[in-house]
Ligand binder design. Sequence first.
Ligand SMILES: [Fe+2]
Length: 210
Amino acid sequence: MNSGMSLTEYKAKQFNLSGLNGISDKTLEIHFKLYEGYVTNTNTLNRKIADLVNKGPIGADDMPVYSELVRRLGFEYNGMVLHEYYFGNMKQGGAEDAASGSAFFKAAERTFGSYENWKQHFVGVGKMRGVGWAICYQDPSNGQLSNHWVTLHEEGNIAGYRPVLVMDVWEHAFLLDYKPAERPKYIEAFFSNIDWEAVNGRLVTLSSAS
Ligand SMILES: [Fe+2]
């Protein structure tokens, strides 16, 4: 029996986020709309691919269109998911630094020698030229953290690693509030709004890494 591909329709999440320090409500409003576009485009791509798959074997004539649709999935899916991590690791009344003794603080110390080392490295990644993301992942197999640059939304993600702290450094994240060359000010503002409880909640606890 072939009942066709069953489609998961993604719904944009609502984030109760306003009144942040140094990131204006207007920026957030525009950013939420951009995020919703990624959700819509993910659903549209999935629908178009399902139509092709359900129609029968993908023939040579379908291949160019099919290939382009599939390639775009990486951009749209990651655009959707990374924004959810990003909005999800900020809150009104956030704190600039992880509490010493917290799970994240200890994981940063264990991996980088000190929390300060981790931070200056992560901030450095955020200042890299180009359009993309700074992401601190955790390797779930050993609890180690690692900081990475992701170009656009999809190039540089580490398969199977858990995004723990996600910072958008596309210019749309700060252009209403800062000049393009003032990205370091935006990064400072981002840090002052971090929801460390959310960050700690993303860590897996390993008995060997506790
Ligand atoms: Fe963004």
